[in-house]
Design a protein around this ligand. Structure first.
Ligand SMILES: Cc1cc2nc3c(=O)[nH]c(=O)nc-3n(C[C@H](O)[C@H](O)[C@H](O)COP(=O)(O)OP(=O)(O)OC[C@H]3O[C@@H](n4cnc5c(N)ncnc54)[C@H](O)[C@@H]3O)c2cc1C
Length: 158
């Protein structure tokens, strides 16, 4: 079995991203200190959509420094060659890193578009949104500027 496969095409990493339930967003605060949070997300056409409250530590950080690295990872399977030998154990995975800059979405119509994309990641149905909810939620997007994809101990994308 080929142990490590690097993924070079957007179409390949999209297959992994679209099957993930969560991602981890890494950011860097004003002192150069890393901060990483788990998020739910939506994805469409090279853009990751995120949502949150309007305030909090991450919003302060992202307003000051919009650069992020986001990890999507799935299909974590423990394997071993010999169950008595610790060094023969490993973890299979499919994983993607994307890099970009956060852009805050402020127009109501655009926020609703983003919320629809977001919900499609989890449920295959349409929703309507109350105006105050749309107003109160903070929506931001990250256009993928660079990416790497890696599969370990998985032969195929699916
Ligand atoms: C699976 C999953 C999915 C999530 N999806 C979303 C999402 O889509 N949108 C969203 O806004 N939030 C989501 N969260 C929660 C998110 O990870 C943060 O906890 C939340 O956004 C608050 O972040 P903040 O920087 O505003 O925290 P603040 O309330 O400003 O943080 C205060 C302090 O709490 C600590 N803290 C904050 N978050 C965490 C955490 N997750 N774990 C441990 N310590 C923490 C930090 O050290 C921070 O200094 C998700 C969490 C999980 C586990």
């Amino acid at each position: 079995m080929r142990k490590t496969t690097f993924l070079k095409k957007l179409e390949e990493i999209e297959i992994i991203i679209k099957k993930c339930q969560t991602c981890h967003v890494a950011m860097v605060d004003q002192y150069g200190k890393p901060y990483l949070l788990p998020f739910n997300f939506g994805y469409d056409d090279g853009v990751v959509y995120l949502h949150s409250d309007q305030t909090g530590k991450k919003i302060d950080i992202l307003k000051n420094n919009p650069a992020v690295c986001i990890n999507f990872s799935k299909d974590h399977d423990l394997f071993m060659a010999n169950d008595h030998v610790a060094c023969s154990y490993g973890m299979a995975y499919r994983s993607v890193l994307v890099y970009g800059n956060v852009e805050f979405i402020t127009e109501n119509d655009k926020k609703i578009e983003a919320l629809n994309i977001f919900m499609k990641q989890y449920v295959d149905r349409d929703f309507s949104y109350a105006e105050p909810s749309v107003k109160n939620v903070c929506i931001f997007k990250v256009k993928i500027e660079d990416f790497t994809g890696k599969m370990y101990h998985h032969e195929n994308l699916e």
